[in-house]
Design a protein around this ligand. Sequence first.
Ligand code: ASP
Length: 335
Amino acid sequence: MIPRAAGLALSLILLGGCHTTENSATQRQAWAIVIHGGAGTIARDAPAETRQAYQASLRAALQLGADGLNKGESALDVVEQVLRQLEDDPLFNAGKGAVFTADGQHELDASIMVGNSQACGAVTGIRTVRHPITLARKVMEQSPYVFMMGDGAEAFADTTDVERVDPSYFDTEHRRRSLEEALQKQSRNDVPTSGDDALFSTVGAVALDQHGMLAAATSTGGMTAKRWGRIGDSSVIGAGTWADPRCAISCTGWGEQYIRHGVARDIAAIYEYTGVTLLQAAQTVIHQKLDPDDGGMIGVSAQGDIVMVFNTPGMFRGAANAGGRFQTAIWDVDE
Ligand code: ASP
């Protein structure tokens, strides 16, 4: 396994990565943060207001995280706070603005992980918790478990102080239209592609703080028109989210593919065992193991190296560090 991964990574170095952006930090950064708002993008000819709205939301979330890390807050607090803000933002498929299931409900998934301790918490099929990422953190900190589902997770939420909402709180008109379109496609037996709104706008954040802590968090409504209690990668530790003492990773894309390939953990394992950079490890998995248009990932290393790799036409994303970097982008080439 290891020589093959190393070989894949080497071939990518020779090929060069496409759809990849990185800060190859030559010196350790005191802190760094990367965020994503999902792989898959708005059309390049989308109205300027739409583009500006996404950029403004990404910048606001990135600023919140950068300010917190700059003040010395923990990576865990920061990734949770950033995701809470994105969960409240109806533009993104997480919390308010989450996609609808086939029967017109919302089933929210989230997970969070701390690199240094590898403590983690995850929830799936959440219907009444305003901030699923906070419930995932409570699973990690206030229960003996790491993963809770549906009614059980809601019952656990009853034992905590997380804010509850009526399920209709998560409704938005644009997601209802997407549901109608997705149901029509399903009735024609069209297979959804990652370019569809069906796979769109999951949110994630990874951070390195001034104390050396790494943390990762991911939150989503999943796929439009999902059925039968479908669970994607976003709540699956090792698939959509991972953190260890060397790196923190959050993924977005076609959840089934990310689970099949154990993407987040696979990237971390290649990074741990082969000596390649985090960027090279991510390129190996995203460009060589996954299929084109499956999705992307964000990562940060213990040195503060920022990595954003995707095989879709774009990925809503942003990155900031102690060295003064502060950038957001949507498509493959920064606009
Ligand atoms: N990975 C998410 C899921 O499959 C969707 C996404 O990232 O857009 O549920």
